[in-house]
Design a protein around this ligand. Structure first.
Ligand SMILES: [Fe+2]
Ligand SMILES: [Fe+2]
Length: 313
């Protein structure tokens, strides 16, 4: 939540707004310390206006907090289209990707009540249904998303890659895939509220910042642990998502091979996407670097499965 000029707003990503469709909520942009009422509720968001914002590098818009329900209804209307085979796949993968980013960005509020959490689960189920509806959809989503530019895109990419890898290594039960997907979207929830710039690469954090950063897995697990409606497996996946190698991760320096396979899948995808995001300009360079430097940190069959996934989709 963001407070602008005394009013409460929630940030929404530009990519979640569909061109030439009426938006049932007010949309604001914030430029040069000024809040501009960009679209009025009931007006269409014309494609040229979306393109113009994109060309200026504006990716984040704001809607008043009281419009959140309308915004969620609008997102759900998009989700209904995922199984609509007459809609272009690119449009549907855009909806799925932007839904995942939105869910990752609102997870800290979704965990507050069972009602909100079940809503999040229902939306995740719809994306999972879309992913399973046709071969290669998940890969198309990843290719379209590209290298993550921020934490939300990171969560979304980790989610999609982890779901592909999970299937590849034999994790196929719908309830396990739902658990993995929810955990992937929330795995870094413990970073919310930490006084660290999320854009600073881990290697460039000061020592006190690094110590604080290393608390985020347990902090995240603590945020969800007291919620009876959240599967304890998710708590555990969040708590252990930075563990790797033979005690090379944090916070508890666990051996990766002692952790459940679904945890290993989440951890390798998280580390792979981190390398993509923070160390390299292109996914190709990142892939090379990852396999050079990280090969010993995960069980070899899993590394091989990931390599295969990245090569063939
Ligand atoms: Fe993390
Ligand atoms: Fe992460």
């Amino acid at each position: 939540m963001t407070k602008l000029e005394g009013k409460e707003f929630i940030p929404v990503r530009l990519s979640t707004l569909r061109s030439d469709e009426v938006v049932p909520f007010d949309v604001f942009i914030y430029v040069a310390n000024h809040q501009i009422h960009y679209i009025r509720r009931g007006d269409p968001f014309e494609k040229n206006r979306i393109d113009s914002l994109r060309s200026k590098g504006v990716h984040k818009l704001f809607i008043p907090l009281e419009c959140e329900k309308s915004y969620l209804g609008y997102l759900d209307a998009g989700l209904q289209q995922l199984q609509n085979a007459s809609m272009a796949v690119e449009k549907r993968t855009t909806i799925a990707n932007s839904t995942l980013m939105n869910l990752a960005g609102s997870a800290d509020r979704a965990i507050e009540t069972e009602f909100r959490y079940r809503d999040m689960e229902n939306r995740v189920q719809k994306v999972l249904g879309f992913l399973g509806s046709e071969n290669g959809i998940a890969r198309k989503m990843l290719d379209q998303s590209g290298v993550a530019q921020d934490e939300l895109q990171h969560a979304s990419n980790v989610n999609t890659l982890a779901l592909i890898l999970a299937e590849k290594v034999g994790i196929k039960a719908p309830k396990d895939l739902l658990t993995l997907s929810m955990a992937a979207l929330m795995h870094d929830i413990g970073k919310v509220g930490l006084p660290i710039d999320p854009k600073t690469p881990r290697e460039k954090l000061t020592l006190p910042e690094l110590e604080l950063f290393k608390t985020h897995p347990q902090r995240g697990a603590d945020m969800v642990a007291d919620k009876p409606y959240i599967n304890p497996a998710i708590v555990s996946l969040i708590a252990n998502h930075e563990e790797m190698g033979n005690g090379a991760g944090f916070p508890n320096k666990k051996r990766i091979e002692t952790l459940p396979l679904v945890q290993q899948v989440l951890n390798i995808c998280n580390e792979y996407d981190r390398v993509c995001t923070q160390q390299c300009a292109t996914a190709f360079q990142a892939t090379k670097l990852f396999f050079l430097e990280k090969v010993g940190l995960f069980p070899l069959p899993l590394v091989q499965a990931l390599a295969e996934v990245l090569k063939t989709g």
